[in-house]
Design a protein around this ligand. Structure first.
Ligand code: ZN
Length: 401
């Protein structure tokens, strides 16, 4: 059964629109592609959004405004100042609140007819199937690989369409993975990239308006699936480049050997996605301590203690020069060598001393430590949580970015 059949088979006869709703949706109702039947389909439909952040903001607002009857939101993060540049469902007054609370308030202000279900939990292999089951469409609005593979696999196992979007700096991607009719995310990317190769938006940044564009594309695809009109992005990967303002498209084919949607699937239940991807499943800029697993680490408070005790430690900053301008540990004698140039500057490192490597949040510095370890360096420590955690826990004079 496709999503189209699912919603068509819903008892639309039991669904009616009040005079207020008819007025509210009048610009839809006069379109032949929507009309009364389409609007009732929207009202009968349910969509689960993973993440109430950059992509989740336009998704939730447009789907609510369009009259999707039931919206589920999964997110356990709180609103931070660093979210406001793009997460337009939240406002300055919401900083410190649960994102679910401010999102729900905004959604109900846009459209009080929407049923909003909130789940303030991390999405995991233990709860994904249960969370997804009541919804017609799942939309992944997160920014990390473990959640992306988990969402894909749970959707394939449940036979639900997964409206995919991803964003980074000036570039976006979107597709609809519906394994009954086309490829899934694993058909496209059977394996996750090595940890640290693809920076997250929290590490690499994202143009604030970009999730607006990509989230609006995802919302459009979800609405098309519900209405059963047009050609969905099934089997196509849309590539968007904001610098040239160009859209490109790659045809995707279903991989007959796909481990989950292929002819002989080897994955028949949800697995441990953090282990599979070798990285943690969170992308919260404020609290992500980065991928420190497997490398020796030191907390900011412990580093401060050791410096105060007179231990001589080299502090190596592996961020980019434009990040150094935002905040730096120059007072502590930090040396800046960006991650990509580290191998050319190996000779400058004092191997007799312990080296504390730091970046913004701890991810890039962990990569540099692994790289240095391969070159025989031993006395290396990763500053957990990076300079942002140092700013929060040790030196409030530094800004958090
Ligand atoms: Zn597949």
């Amino acid at each position: 059964m496709t999503i189209r059949d699912l919603i068509a088979s819903a008892a639309l006869a039991d669904i009616s629109l009040s005079h207020e709703e008819i007025k509210r949706y009048s610009r839809h109702l006069i379109m032949p592609e929507v009309g009364m039947t389409g609007q009732k389909r929207l009202k009968a439909a349910s969509v689960l959004l993973i993440g109430a952040g950059g992509l989740g903001s336009p998704l939730a607002m447009y789907l609510a405004a369009a009259g999707v009857g039931r919206l589920g939101l999964v997110d356990y993060d709180t609103v931070d100042y660093s979210n406001l540049q793009r997460q337009i469902i939240h406002g300055t007054k919401d900083v410190g609140r649960l994102k679910l609370e401010s999102a729900k308030e905004r959604i109900l202000d846009i459209n009080p007819h929407v049923q909003v279900d909130t789940y303030a939990v991390p999405l995991t292999s233990a709860n994904a199937l249960e969370l997804f089951a009541p919804y017609d469409i799942i939309i992944d609005g997160t920014d990390n690989f473990p959640t992306r593979y988990l969402t894909n696999d749970a959707c394939v196992l449940l036979g639900k369409p997964n409206v995919y979007g991803s964003i980074f700096r000036f570039e976006g991607q979107a597709s609809v993975f519906d394994a009954k009719e086309g490829p899934c995310y694993r058909c496209l990317f059977p394996e996750p990239p090595p940890p640290g190769l693809v920076p997250s938006c929290a590490e690499g940044g994202v143009l604030g308006v970009l999730p607006g564009t990509v989230g609006a594309i995802q919302a459009t695809e979800a609405i098309k699936l519900i209405l059963g009109v047009g050609e969905p992005l099934i089997g196509r990967l849309l590539l968007y480049d904001a610098t040239t303002m160009s859209f490109d498209e790659v045809r995707l084919r279903k991989n007959p050997n796909c481990p989950i949607c292929g002819e002989n699937p080897t994955i028949t239940e949800l697995i441990d996605y953090e282990q599979f991807c070798g990285m943690p499943a969170h992308d919260h800029s404020e609290y992500g301590s980065g991928q420190t697993n497997g490398v020796p680490a030191i907390t900011p408070v412990d580093l401060q203690r050791r410096l105060a005790a007179g231990d001589y430690l080299v502090i190596l900053d592996v961020r980019e020069p434009h990040e150094w301008e935002i905040s730096n540990l120059a007072d502590l004698g930090a040396v800046l060598i960006p991650k990509g140039q580290i191998l050319e500057h190996l000779g400058e490192l004092d191997t007799a001393k312990e080296i504390v490597v730091h970046c913004k949040m701890g991810g890039r510095s962990a990569d540099v430590i692994r790289e240095l370890q391969q070159h025989g360096y031993k006395k290396l420590l990763n500053l957990e949580g990076g300079i942002n955690r140092w700013a929060r826990e040790v030196d409030a004079r530094l800004p958090v970015y």
